[in-house]
Design a protein around this ligand. Structure first.
Ligand code: FO1
Length: 310
């Protein structure tokens, strides 16, 4: 079993490669739910949906989120009724949130609902939301104070300077069923190229997960989401900087150094190999930019090969 800690778009692209390298039933994805939000009374789980839509071949390939070819008739009508519609929920996407909320109201957990959705979408790998608790990422900014994650990310387009990140409800959160066992008995663990603060950070903040990563015998490999001093997508570069970390694979390695065995870095960042290895982490240099399906497969192969190197 290979365990993958995952955020949204970067993780989904990596998983598209991994399912072609490893039998999907041998993959256990632990997905961030700190981005979750309620819109119009409906529970939306963006990172989970990005991953399931991607693996089911439904995702909008340009945006990396939402459903390709979706329409926005429901949102247009809601706008006429005076609702805020800055979070673009397509008509088909809304069906997922209606289904999820309906099952939540019937008493099913977010983990059980995730199992139902991924099976109905024909996905063979397990995808566990990190916890059944409604943990919400809050971003404290210099310009606008405390913001809900999606307000920071979508409504205000990540324009604000992040000075702190908090995870509301984290003290109540237990890992979802199967996560600790999967980490303990994994053949290998991969930290996907996701934002280390707001995508992987919430997963690591759940009671027991970081300890399990420190004590497992499985090798742990991370792929740097920072390439040439920038992120491919999202605000991780600016966030690392404003929070006082190095905007490089070294800054990411620092955040994972208590459990990480190998860091995969891009060829453009080869100069950081020595600094990473000084932290006791082996560095592997390869192309990490995932444009084509071949890029995704090659990166997945490099991650799986990395388990054998140590
Ligand atoms: N991201 C945007 O930049 N704008 C949107 O309007 C938006 C809508 C949206 C709807 C459903 C969904 O599952 C994801 C959506 N995302 C949107 C992506 C999402 O906000 C982020 O990519 C993640 O939360 C960060 O991983």
């Amino acid at each position: 079993m290979i365990v993958v800690l995952a955020g949204g778009v970067g993780a989904a692209r990596f998983l598209e490669g991994l399912v072609r390298v490893v039998p999907p039933k041998d993959i256990f994805v632990v997905v961030n739910t700190g981005d979750d939000e309620e819109f119009f009374g409906l529970r939306v789980c963006p990172d989970f949906d990005i991953i399931t839509y991607t693996l089911a071949g439904l995702v909008d390939p340009e945006k990396g989120w939402g459903i390709k070819g979706d329409t926005f008739n429901c949102l247009d009508m809601l706008s006429r009724y005076g609702y805020e519609t800055w979070f673009l929920l397509g008509d088909r996407d809304l069906a997922t949130h209606i289904h999820r909320t309906h099952l939540l109201k019937k008493g099913y957990t977010i983990f059980e609902i995730a199992e139902d959705i991924r099976k109905r979408l024909g996905i063979e790998c397990q995808i566990a939301p990190m916890t059944n608790e409604f943990v919400k990422t809050k971003v404290i900014t210099k310009e606008a104070g405390e913001l809900d994650f999606q307000v920071y990310f979508v409504k205000r387009r990540t324009q604000d300077t992040v000075i702190e990140v908090k995870f509301q409800n984290i003290e109540k959160a237990k890992p979802a069923p199967g996560i600790l066992d999967a980490i303990e008995s994994a053949d290998g663990i991969i930290i996907s190229p996701s934002n280390p603060i707001v995508s992987i950070g919430p997963i690591l903040a759940i009671r027991g997960i970081r300890d399990a990563l420190q004590s497992t015998e499985a090798k742990i490999v991370a792929i740097s989401p920072i390439v040439g001093g920038k992120t491919i997508k999202g605000p991780a570069d600016r966030m690392l900087q404003s929070l006082g970390y190095d905007v490089s694979p070294v800054g990411v390695a620092e955040l994972y150094k208590d459990f990480l065995d190998v860091m995969i870095i891009d060829t453009i960042d080869a100069e950081y190999k020595k600094k990473i290895e000084a932290l006791g982490i082996k560095a592997i240099i390869t192309n990490t930019i995932m444009k084509s399906i071949e890029d995704k497969v090659n990166l997945a192969k490099a991650a799986v090969e990395a388990f054998k190197l140590i």
